[in-house]
Unconditional design. Structure first.
Length: 166
């Protein structure tokens, strides 16, 4: 980056050459705050990943105990919230210079991992406890709803990237 105009203005203001060089080196060096923001985004992604697995493995089985169809709305809201959170975090990581294929691989892999763990946990709960006796249709519909709704923000963002409106 060229700083000729800045150097001339600083010389006119009476700055020494050493101070000008130090100012230019500070402006030219990559910001440590950028690195700390990247670390913060990755930490937020890891914490969100743990929270998402906690929600999908611990909370979703208890949602199945709700006798009405409100459970589908609750699962919808939880999945949409976590999908939007992950999508925004992955977009920020990519915009900070991260891997550009990260979200394209991460989101579907996360959905598959979530679905696998939810099905395993729900199967174990229904096999070993009488409290969680439910039909396999209910469990699979909850897992399907969670998985599909989780991907909605990701799919919308990918469509926006690929569709150019005049």
């Amino acid at each position: 980056m060229s700083y000729e105009k800045l150097v001339e203005k600083l010389r006119q203001k009476g700055w020494s050459e050493q101070d000008i060089q130090q100012a230019i080196s500070i402006l030219s060096s990559p910001s440590s705050s950028t690195r700390s923001w990247k670390s913060l985004y990755w930490l937020a992604l890891i914490m969100s990943l743990l929270a998402n697995f906690f929600i999908s493995i611990i909370v979703v089985p208890f949602i199945l105990l709700i006798p009405t169809n409100w459970k589908y709305l609750i699962v919808f809201v939880i999945a949409l919230s976590f999908g939007a959170l992950f999508n925004s975090l992955l977009n920020e990581i990519e915009s900070q210079g991260g891997a550009y294929v990260l979200s394209s691989l991460f989101m579907p892999a996360l959905v598959l991992a979530n679905a696998y763990f939810m099905i395993r946990i729900l199967g174990l709960l229904s096999r070993y406890t009488t409290l969680f006796r439910f039909t396999s249709f209910t469990a699979s519909s909850i897992v399907t709803i969670y998985s599909l709704v989780f991907l909605i923000p990701f799919i919308i963002q990918k469509i926006k990237e690929n569709v150019r409106i005049v």
